[in-house]
Design a protein around this ligand. Structure first.
Ligand SMILES: Nc1nc2c(ncn2[C@@H]2O[C@H](COP(=O)(O)OP(=O)(O)OP(=O)(O)O)[C@@H](O)[C@H]2O)c(=O)[nH]1
Ligand SMILES: [Mg+2]
Length: 218
């Protein structure tokens, strides 16, 4: 009898953290993933972190102008080390997410892009459900062998810019197998964010972390 008055609980959005070295392609990956998510019927929000500017938020608003409303993208100006804002004290990001979800409760997928940083970056589990770390081939084939928590502990490791590997003398197969080795077999995805290579595989890996979805993480 009381069921008519019981509010339906709002499902928790899938919160995806994207981190990695400066310029590895974090923003480009988000810009490749969002149109596919929207095609699948998802409603997407994006929170970017830059130290002093809204550069990445503005880029995403421009690139995805026909895909998601501009007010679904918010830029956090951290004013400090990018680690702090997504790992040590994620308060600014948590508050920004709460405001965004209050304004747009239909958002079911929320990206957090960290400011570009070094190999030790990780995300607070209080902020995200899945942590993606993005390397690119131009940083050099040796990067997975250097390890660091971003490379070894992330849920999904992306090796981006596979299209330019040949120009920077990077053996992608070697980089891939080294990455799988240091991650004990956890997911590694090769991508070209500009032409979409590997993006479907990445999306599938992320969906396994959706709250209420398949609990068997890869
Ligand atoms: N060739 C190639 N270029 C790419 C790829 N992904 C990104 N880029 C380019 O790499 C540059 C940096 O990409 P961003 O997406 O801004 O990188 P980012 O990691 O978000 O950078 P920060 O947020 O400043 O750390 C841009 O010029 C992109 O167009 C890729 O897969 N292949
Ligand atoms: Mg960026």
């Amino acid at each position: 009898m009381s069921s008519a008055t019981t509010p339906t609980p709002t499902p928790q959005p899938l919160r995806i953290g994207i981190g990695g070295p400066v310029g590895s392609g974090k923003t480009a990956l988000i810009e490749a993933l969002v149109p596919k998510l929207v095609d699948q019927g998802h409603r997407v929000g994006v929170i970017t972190n830059d130290i002093y500017t809204q550069e990445d938020a503005n880029h995403i608003r421009r690139e995805l102008a026909d895909i998601i409303p501009g007010d679904h993208v918010v830029g956090v100006e951290t004013g400090s080390c990018p680690h702090t804002a997504v790992r040590d004290d994620p308060t600014m990001n948590l508050m920004t997410a709460a405001e965004l979800l209050e304004e747009h409760p239909d958002i079911d997928t929320l990206f957090f892009e960290s400011g570009g940083d070094n190999l030790t970056l990780t995300f607070s589990p209080a902020l995200v459900d899945v942590f993606v770390f993005v390397l690119d081939t131009a940083e050099g084939e040796k990067m997975p062998r250097k390890r660091g928590p971003g490379i070894t502990d992330s849920d999904v490791l992306v090796i981006n810019k596979v299209d330019i590997a040949q120009y920077v003398r990077c053996d992608v197969d070697r980089m891939h197998s080294d990455a799988q080795h240091v991650r004990n077999g956890k997911t590694v995805v090769l991508t070209n964010s500009l032409d979409g290579q590997g993006i479907d595989q990445l999306l599938n890996a992320l969906e396994a972390y959706r709250p209420g979805g398949d609990e068997t993480h890869p």
